[in-house]
Write a protein that binds this ligand. Structure first.
Ligand code: AKB
Length: 348
């Protein structure tokens, strides 16, 4: 009986190592022991990035190794094949309990209030965005977790930032609550790294476009909403004006970037605030033109609202040389390719 259990234990490990070896990801520096011990906690897993990241990390490391959490009940997407727990990202004790119970080694903190909603609820946004970050930074400082991922955003830039090919280091005077919280968060990540040698890594995401889970409360959300209208053969009324060019990215590229930065060796990560990340840059007219290549009758109209001012304060394109040099980042999906994938998946 004991022998059988020992056999089962070792054959399980062997299977996991073999599964791991069969997956072809470019940046794998962890030892096999690290991989076997790896337990990942995703906070805010039901959101736009969280859903896809959880599914991808489970595929890579095994379903039981990736614990998805969110403040909302799951609809079955994340709880069917792996562990799912309800967690309020602002609750330090509950976060700590889960980290201990599941022997967590890495945390991805994705819970946040985005730009448009944050302008409506400034204090709630500040509370959520900062408290959740301090919770995980302090758990890291106490060595309860080894590695942390925290997303920043192009919202850290402001009206005085150069708009074209915005450099990694430049003037940053964000004019939105969300942008102020992300800029502050970046400073704290860098501080915890320098002062406590905490391995916290971050990316300044552009607007993300995906079909599995809708974004919620962002200024760049129009670039997802537009596809939902197009597949229903309805006209789209855009809340930004036709000239509003913003940095954007297809979700597959964003997930690949997230895995790459997290898997790069510690010494390779030279920016400990957050990395610029460039994907696509387009305005509403250009995305509509891309849709029309597939759906020639598609129509768009424009009624800019309060989100126009937010968008006008952000860059139009991003220089991501640092990410390219430090962890070999390269965007892959073009606007037309993304349009094909979005229309195909939203139609089926
Ligand atoms: C938003 O629009 O608020 C987000 C972002 C750019 O961080 N998508």
């Amino acid at each position: 009986m004991v022998l059988l259990q020992i056999y089962e234990f070792y054959s399980h490990i062997k299977l996991e190592i073999n599964e791991y070896e069969s997956i072809d990801y470019p940046y794998i520096y962890d030892s096999k022991t690290d991989i076997l011990k790896k337990r990942i906690l995703i906070i805010g897993a039901s959101g736009q990035i969280g859903t896809e990241l959880t599914l991808c990390l489970r595929k890579k490391y095994g379903n039981s190794k990736v614990i998805a959490t969110d403040i909302r009940e799951d609809d079955g997407t994340l709880s069917t094949d792996g562990p799912f727990e309800i967690l309020d990202a602002m609750d330090y004790k509950a976060t700590e309990d889960l980290i201990i119970r599941y022997e967590i080694t890495e945390v991805y903190l994705l819970a946040a209030m985005l730009s448009a909603t944050a302008e409506k609820f400034p204090m709630r946004a500040w509370d959520l965005n900062m408290t959740s970050l301090f919770n995980v930074l302090n758990l890291g400082k106490e060595q309860k977790v080894k590695k942390i991922f925290w997303p920043s955003s192009i919202a850290v830039f402001g009206p005085t930032t150069p708009k074209q090919h915005t450099p990694q280091k430049t003037i940053m005077e964000p004019s939105t609550v969300y942008g102020i919280s992300k800029q502050t968060g970046e400073r704290w990540c860098e501080y915890y790294h320098k002062k406590y040698d905490l391995d916290v890594r971050s990316i300044r995401y552009p607007g993300l476009i995906s079909y599995k889970t809708a974004p919620g409360g962002g200024t760049t959300d129009y670039a997802v909403d537009i596809y939902h209208k197009a597949v229903k053969h309805q006209k789209y009324n855009c809340f930004l004006n036709q000239e509003t060019t913003l940095p954007m990215m297809f979700i597959d590229d964003a997930i690949r970037a997230t895995l790459s930065i997290m898997e790069a060796p510690k010494e390779a990560i030279k920016v400990r605030s957050s990395y610029n990340l460039s994907g696509l840059s387009f305005n509403p007219t250009e995305i509509a033109a891309s849709i029309r290549k597939k759906l020639p009758d598609f129509e768009i109209g424009y009624t800019p609202d309060f989100r126009q001012k937010i968008a006008d304060s952000w860059p139009q394109s991003i220089d991501d040389t640092a990410a390219q040099n430090d962890w070999a980042w390269k965007n892959e999906t073009s606007l037309d390719k993304m349009t094909s994938i979005m229309l195909e998946n939203l139609s089926s």
